[in-house]
Ligand binder design. Structure first.
Ligand SMILES: Cc1cc2nc3c(=O)[nH]c(=O)nc-3n(C[C@H](O)[C@H](O)[C@H](O)COP(=O)(O)OP(=O)(O)OC[C@H]3O[C@@H](n4cnc5c(N)ncnc54)[C@H](O)[C@@H]3O)c2cc1C
Length: 279
């Protein structure tokens, strides 16, 4: 069997959709099948577990976007994915019209959330797109381990997208405006003790938080995880990236194919993009 690496490993069928807030649609699928034979996916990865999701489009050619596995229910074979209605784009437009019977594809789930055992406090920070991961991380906290206080900071454009999150009495939940997210996160990171910081959101916000943790505070990489979940005005950026030419694309491919650790690869990729005016 020839397996195209950029094709979905699994397919699934929509059985339910509902709004969890004004702009967040929960799509529930089941009938999860491995496309090339073999076992179904094994749920139970880190709480920020995500995959490439192949979205149905009106022209019949699915497009891939990244989404979080908000909840698995192996007992019923169900999986929830929460999609933000943010405006335009194949995924958000599908979220608005998703219907029972729609078929999606997805690839192998993986995640990064791994606070070390000696962690004394945790910050979970991000925008609306980070809510699915933050919700699942909070739900899946190990009730048998000594409790670690968690501060959750979430930036929303619209207060109607606040969700009930399973925070406990030792936790803090802070809703902020998007322009406050980086500064509020920065302030929390100064908390004394051994912390762990998880941040996901818009790419330039992510870079600011990453620069703080990696270059300014020089925290070891085991103590933080930052990920750019989306890019503002991505069409314009994509056009500038294509126009930058094959040499840049090849150099970036070499960086990501190298043996260097992931954060060094990202440092080098940032340098190359910055030199081209792409950051
Ligand atoms: C690991 C990972 C996990 C993710 N998990 C989730 C999740 O669980 N739920 C979720 O909703 N999103 C999640 N995202 C973000 C999601 O993949 C992006 O928002 C994606 O761009 C949406 O695709 P689209 O087809 O709707 O828009 P695109 O075609 O990618 O973009 C169209 C336009 O919309 C803009 N845009 C894209 N996303 C946003 C946004 N969030 N807010 C405002 N403008 C935007 C772009 O700049 C562009 O101008 C995740 C991303 C990653 C990398």
């Amino acid at each position: 069997v020839t397996v195209d690496l950029d094709s979905p490993a699994y397919s699934a069928r929509v059985i339910r959709t509902r709004h969890v807030s004004a702009h967040m649609v929960r799509v529930t699928v089941n009938d999860i099948r491995a496309e090339h034979g073999g076992p179904p996916p094994a749920p139970g990865g880190p709480g920020d577990e995500f995959f490439g999701l192949w979205i149905p489009t009106p022209d019949g050619r699915p497009v891939k976007r990244y989404y979080t596995a908000r909840a698995w229910r192996p007992e019923t074979g169900e999986l929830d994915v929460d999609l933000l209605l943010h405006g335009h784009g194949p995924a958000t437009e599908w979220a608005a019209r998703a219907a029972v019977g729609d078929v999606v594809g997805f690839d192998e789930p993986r995640g990064h959330y791994r606070p070390p055992a000696d962690t004394e406090w945790i910050v979970l920070s991000g925008d609306a797109t980070a809510l699915p991961a933050i919700g699942r991380i909070l739900e899946e906290r190990d009730a048998t381990a000594p409790p670690v206080p968690v501060t959750v900071v979430i930036a929303l454009d619209d207060a109607a997208d606040r969700q009930q999150l399973p925070v406990s009495s030792i936790d803090t939940l802070i809703w902020v405006r998007p322009d406050e997210l980086v500064s509020r996160t920065r302030a929390l990171v100064q908390t004394p003790g051994t912390g762990y910081v998880w941040f996901s959101g818009e790419a330039s916000d992510m870079r600011a938080v990453r620069a703080l943790l990696r270059r300014e505070l020089r925290w070891p990489t085991s103590r933080w995880m930052t990920m750019g979940y989306w890019r503002r005005d991505s069409e314009a950026w994509d056009a500038r990236y294509r126009a930058a030419g094959a040499q840049l694309h090849e150099r970036l491919a070499e960086v990501f194919a190298s043996e260097q650790d992931e954060q060094l690869q990202l440092d080098h990729a940032e340098e190359l993009l910055r030199a081209e005016g792409l950051l």
